[in-house]
Write a protein that binds this ligand. Sequence first.
Ligand SMILES: [Zn+2]
Length: 140
Amino acid sequence: MHEFSIATQVLEAAREAAADHGKDTFEGISVSVGEASHVNPDQLETCLDAAADSTVGKDELDIEIETEPAYAECDCGWSGEPETIDRALAYAPNLTCPECDERLELQAGNECRLMSVTIPEADDGDDGNAADSPDANAID
Ligand SMILES: [Zn+2]
């Protein structure tokens, strides 16, 4: 399943982010799902939940999923959010320019990204802090 392999990659990236902070685990993740990424956010959440148990041994992972609108630009000068053909199924965008009928290039909204990882509180009593991954790992 597409969502499951993405979930595995997201969790792997989260584990690496935690490792960068000297932790071998994490408590939560925030993921951005592009509306044109052909990923169903509900399915992704289900897969993340299932994969968290098998890949990082977490059965209680805080999962936050945001959707990112698609954005496209055309050589003719048109830019905006492409029309969505079927939002319910796969967020399939209509990649035909409404102005000139040429094929649009997506500039955003066509990938899943790990936005932040919540790392457990430090032993010295610091608040657990969310580590923003600056170059948010693009997946897919
Ligand atoms: Zn155009």
